[in-house]
Design a protein around this ligand. Sequence first.
Ligand code: ATP
Length: 365
Amino acid sequence: MSTIELRQVEKKFGDLHAVKPLDLTIQDGEFIVLLGPSGCGKTTTLRMISGLETVSGGTIWLNGRNVTWLHPSARDIAFVFQFYALYPHLTVWRNIAFPLQAQGESRETVDKRVTEVAQLLRIEHLLGAHPGQLSGGDQQRVALARALVRRPAAFLMDEPLGALDADFRESMRSEIKRLHVLQHATTVYVTHDQIEAMAMGDRIVVMSEAAIQQIGTPSDVYNDPSNLFVARFIGSPGMNLVPGKYADRVVQMAGLDNRYAVPQGWHTALNKGLDGGSDIVVGFRPEAAQINDRGSLVGKVYASEMQGSSAVLHLTINENEIIHIRTDRLIPYPIDTLIHFDINPQMVRFFNPKTEAAIKPEVAQ
Ligand code: ATP
């Protein structure tokens, strides 16, 4: 078990700043997800933790020990890659046993640990098979077993489910989560898939453009995104972000007919957070919209999308902008119907469009 701490860790490749100086403390037993679009620096951060990549600045601490310049093999960290990377000519048993044999463990210890980990992952019946005979999901289970068998201080996983199809991804997602609960091993997991991140992380580190945008629980990053990037990136669809002008406790939203009266508890914060300007962005999740004939906001149905337990209505609010609201799946809304709605006052958020930062209310809502 271990804590991992990154202090002002950064990476430059020539002129490219792949990871700008970042600070991150990962608690013992925590499942941390590094989430962000391609090229934002997730993999590089993970590789620096593992020692596969050197740092250009800053220090990395494992269990209070400075490991910044330690060789990967001296860090007691297991790395699970996207691809199975199994040895095709070895049986599953030998694949799993390999790291222990390489450490010179006794035959008895190797036997015991391989059996334990195979039971944990429910692959005992596959121990005599070769990787080529296994499904993608089983191959990934074997890869996980091989990482687990060493009982490392921490796990680093780089898009381990990336190569699997949707069904397998889901079952492996719960498998990894279950293992984490059982083993409680500190885990850093890289993905660009926000649904995976929300489902698995104790905390999510949202990255973009080589920098951390927000660190928080899934609920923090979903309900209280720190800036416009996080608001757009988290959620499917993302948060509705409607530009407008703020004055006298009211936002005139661009394109929407009516004026939006800002709920109590925001006025002082908005005056401060907008730096005296009037440009504002109003943010609300699709489920924060409440359809109501006397609602103060209005949009026109552009399309509706059935999503199983609910439906999503896409509403045009002006020539360029479409917002998304979640509705009852059983009520049909024909195209071009005018929909009046309100925003649940507990669930509205505001952003400064110049800085892109969220404005925090001064009193708890
Ligand atoms: P992806 O999900 O596509 O892997 P990522 O968020 O993990 O993206 P990184 O792989 O960390 O991003 O890459 C961050 C930036 O650093 C990218 O612009 C990438 O092209 C660049 N980069 C990564 N490795 C190297 C390298 N060895 N040499 C030069 N540039 C690199």
